[in-house]
Write a protein that binds this ligand. Structure first.
Ligand code: HEM
Length: 368
């Protein structure tokens, strides 16, 4: 039993996952070019990011500049090897036919936030300069904060987000995966809306689809809120009735001249499982068929899942060499097999069983 008077080691500092609400954001997804030099460039870059954020952010101290970096499953293995975050796997698709949460390529995610787009833009430029020749950008979205925190569809977005220590509880890994404590998972999707169709709906119908009133942003009473409302399908509970939350920071984006109106969805959690359960509820339905009617007017065109290492791990990853780690593991295995009398318990194989390792969500239902 640990002595309560003995100070416990502090958990590693997370990246700025639960940063304050900002006016602007850039979401940038890139693939890493498939050669050892490109991978070495990305690894070295991990040690430079914090200094670049400081240099750009210092120029407007009140600008709230921050940057979160995440890595996709395949990229993690190629860049860093073992050990790997327990819940990291490729984006899982949900739905079928017209309604699919699609998976699209992506090894690296940058989520850059600030109160001024010039800060986001300058930081993105500096970060991408250092990655030149090593990565290929596959998606870049510049988002803006809309009036009253309203999503593109006109409803206030983010109201039920946890904040402060509650946000940390739901987003930051702890004892559930000690080697990756202080980390998080982040899932992103780019949605395009049929705004003509959406705006043609009576406001009362839109309110039933979201599960809240449009002007005043009040949750509809349970007696009138449909089970297929966005709010009902994205509210998860443990068997004990405790809510399981995620932290979202969606941003509207678009090009009115081209008829493009979108929402960039971004959700952080300490395991991919709750976010994936929400996606399944929305796209497949709960029960199946009872799907989110917001999807009749919104199409997901990208989808990616990334692991966000803690700040100290992110910087230390610069010195991780997976080929050295693989050589070490191979040496350990051959040493063990040479000694037939003492069977090896080492397991150098990657954890490819797709396990979600959701030990953190104590008492949470298994959604499989
Ligand atoms: C088309 C894209 C989306 C739009 C425009 C959208 C918009 C909204 C709005 C307006 C609300 C109500 C206010 C609030 O509490 O934030 C909301 C709530 C919520 N959304 Fe979304 N959302 C989108 C996609 C998603 C996705 C993909 C997920 C999860 C995978 C999600 C998870 C949630 C959650 C957890 C809530 C809070 C529910 C509650 O506690 O009542 N949303 N969303």
């Amino acid at each position: 039993m640990p002595d309560p008077m003995t100070p416990q080691p502090a958990a590693p500092e997370p990246q700025s996952v639960s940063s304050s609400v900002t006016r602007s954001a850039i979401f940038l997804v890139a693939t890493i070019n498939d050669d050892p030099q490109s991978r070495a460039t990305v690894r070295a870059w991990c040690a430079d990011v914090a200094a670049l954020v400081r240099s750009v952010g210092k120029r407007v101290p009140a600008g709230n500049l921050s940057c979160v970096c995440g890595f996709g499953s395949k990229a993690w293995d190629l860049l860093f090897g073992e050990p790997r975050p327990a819940g990291l796997h490729p984006f899982r698709e949900f739905g079928s036919g017209e309604r699919v949460a699609v998976a699209t390529p992506g090894d690296l995610l940058l989520h850059i936030r600030a109160d001024q787009m010039d800060l986001c833009f300058e930081l993105a430029t500096q970060l991408m300069n250092r990655l030149e020749g090593a990565v290929t950008t596959v998606d870049e979205v510049h988002g803006f904060r809309n009036f009253d925190m309203r999503a593109m569809i006109g409803f206030v977005d983010g109201t039920e987000n946890p904040s402060g220590s509650e946000a940390a509880h739901f987003t930051v890994i702890g004892d559930d995966d000690p080697a990756f404590a202080g980390g998080s998972y982040v899932l992103v999707q780019k949605y395009l809306h049929d705004m003509k169709g959406w705006n043609a709906l009576p406001v009362e119908m839109q309110e039933r689809i979201i599960g809240r009133t449009k002007l005043s942003d009040i949750e509809l009473d349970e007696t009138v809120k449909p089970t297929w409302s966005h709010s009902s399908l994205t509210t998860l509970e443990t068997p004990d009735g405790d809510e399981i939350k995620i932290v979202r920071d969606n941003m509207p984006f678009g090009r009115p001249g081209s008829g493009e109106f979108g929402t960039y969805f971004i959700g952080y959690a300490r395991s991919p499982q709750p976010i994936e359960q929400m996606l399944e509820n929305m796209f497949v339905g709960q029960p199946p068929g009872n799907y989110d009617r917001l999807l009749d007017f919104s199409r997901a065109v990208t989808g990616g899942l990334f692991f966000v290492p803690s700040q100290p791990l992110f910087e230390a990853l610069a010195d991780r060499d997976p080929s050295a780690a693989a050589a070490e593991a191979a040496a350990a295995v051959s040493a063990a097999s040479a000694s037939a009398a003492s069977p090896s318990t080492a397991n150098a194989a990657p954890s490819g069983d797709g396990s979600l390792n959701v030990g953190s969500l104590k008492g949470a239902p298994r959604y499989e």
